[in-house]
Design a protein around this ligand. Sequence first.
Ligand SMILES: [Fe+2]
Ligand SMILES: [Fe+2]
Length: 133
Amino acid sequence: MSRYDWNDERHALGVATMDATHREFLELARAIESGPPAEFATRFEGLVEHTRAHFAAEEALMRETACPSLREHEADHARVLGDLGRFLQSVAKGRPAMARAYIASGLSEWFDLHVATMDAQLAAHLNARQHAG
Ligand SMILES: [Fe+2]
Ligand SMILES: [Fe+2]
């Protein structure tokens, strides 16, 4: 069991592309947690890259569909990417302790809350549009 295990109740949003990306995110985070220290820097960088693409895709979807929560949602993405970028710089300098601590708790807490609030809002917006035809 890992805090990064997929959980239908907590994570499933019913939008296939978002769910697939979130599953990948969790898998990457889990691989960092359980992986050898020698792999940490490479895997952490991979997670940051994946997260950049994940956020950019959601933001593009919000723009295309005029999602009302765009600005708030983008701001949360930007804050987390800022944190990840700073951790990545420390990792590159041979100081992975902060990044490790973040993976061990903060990132998981952020992800679950973000999915339950902002990503859930986006999914509801997309599903409502689809059903509106
Ligand atoms: Fe997301
Ligand atoms: Fe998001």
